[in-house]
Design a protein around this ligand. Structure first.
Ligand code: SAM
Length: 298
């Protein structure tokens, strides 16, 4: 059963951090002329209306993308600027009515030589994403379990791939499925770039998720570099209904492209300060942690 709908959360603070990270990754992948395959296992609808009933009900974008709305072009570091340019483009340069999800961002980076496959199980979001990709002959949208993509499409004929795994962590066995898919993906294509998003303060603990990813990285005979980028709020955020929102979020990246760490550290630090200016003013800014979870010996 699919109860999670991203439309309630689109453009919130965790989305901002995730999508800046994705733009940094896509930018790094497109720096070489050689083609690559982009796989996305949990794609969502592609873009979201910020005036929709769902979005207005939670108001989450008010404390996310809306805080960036009035920034002048060029105000942010490179990778954050790449994201904000695309938010503006998604709104045809005027106002902030729509928020681009990860497939929209990926589509904007893909060149004629690249290929993309997106999986989305929810019929409504799958339909919307299919329509978004209609004019992209090298993009395919499938309505199947996203974890299966790693088995079905790796290794890629392009011999380069970026895989984004962005589940809602709804199911009890999510970590086991994530681990299995990654082990298989790495067995099939050990040099692929795999990025796994995770929340802080949700059902599955962040440390458990990162440990599963690191364990998968240890499953190959070849050493796999592992980068963990984590954003943590300084001040807990109360939602409209009185509950506490996520404490933060992170992305574990296997085989990160060269130079990614430095550029994302700068971009995410600037974005985190913008998301929590009140905390920065009080001298306790949000944290961006960058770590290299060294695979322990098995
Ligand atoms: N990646 C999107 C973005 O950043 O714009 C957000 C995706 S949202 C966090 C997770 C999506 O995964 C939901 O739209 C949900 O319907 C879908 N989903 C859940 N389980 C899935 C599965 N096993 N395979 C494919 N999609 C799934």
């Amino acid at each position: 059963m699919l109860s999670y709908r991203h439309a309630f959360h689109a453009g919130n603070d965790a989305d901002v951090i995730k999508h800046i990270t994705l733009c940094g990754l896509l930018d790094a992948m497109t720096r070489k002329d050689k083609p690559f395959l982009y796989l996305e296992t949990h794609a969502g609808a592609g873009y979201y209306g910020l005036q929709s009933l769902r979005a207005r009900e939670t108001g989450e974008s008010d404390r996310g993308v809306r805080l960036f709305k009035d920034l002048a072009p060029g105000a942010l570091p490179h990778d954050a600027e790449l994201w904000l340019e695309r938010v503006r483009a998604c709104n045809a340069g005027a106002g902030l009515r729509r928020y681009p999800g990860s497939p929209w961002l990926a589509k904007s980076f893909l060149r004629t030589q690249d290929r993309a496959v997106f999986a989305e199980l929810h019929p409504v979001d799958h339909g919307k994403l299919t329509r978004l990709m209609r004019d992209s002959p090298r993009s395919t949208v499938v309505q199947q379990d996203g974890y299966e993509l790693l088995r079905a499409f790796l290794p890629p004929v392009e011999r380069r791939a970026l895989v984004l795994i962005d589940p809602a962590y709804e199911t009890r066995d999510e970590l086991a499925r994530l681990h299995r898919a990654l082990v298989e993906g790495l067995q099939r294509f050990a040099t692929g770039v795999f990025a796994v998003w995770y929340p802080l303060g949700a059902r599955h603990g962040a440390e458990a998720i990162v440990a599963h990813v690191a364990r998968a990285a240890r499953s190959t005979p070849r050493p796999v570099k592992t980068l963990d980028l984590r954003w943590e709020r300084a001040v807990p955020q109360e939602r409209g209904d009185g509950t506490i929102g996520l404490r933060g979020a992170g992305m574990v990246i296997l085989n990160p492209p060269f130079g990614l760490e430095a550029s994302l550290r700068e971009a995410l630090t600037a974005a985190a300060l913008r998301l929590e200016p009140e905390a920065a003013g009080a001298g306790r800014g949000p944290r961006i942690d960058v770590s290299w979870p060294v695979p322990e010996s098995a």
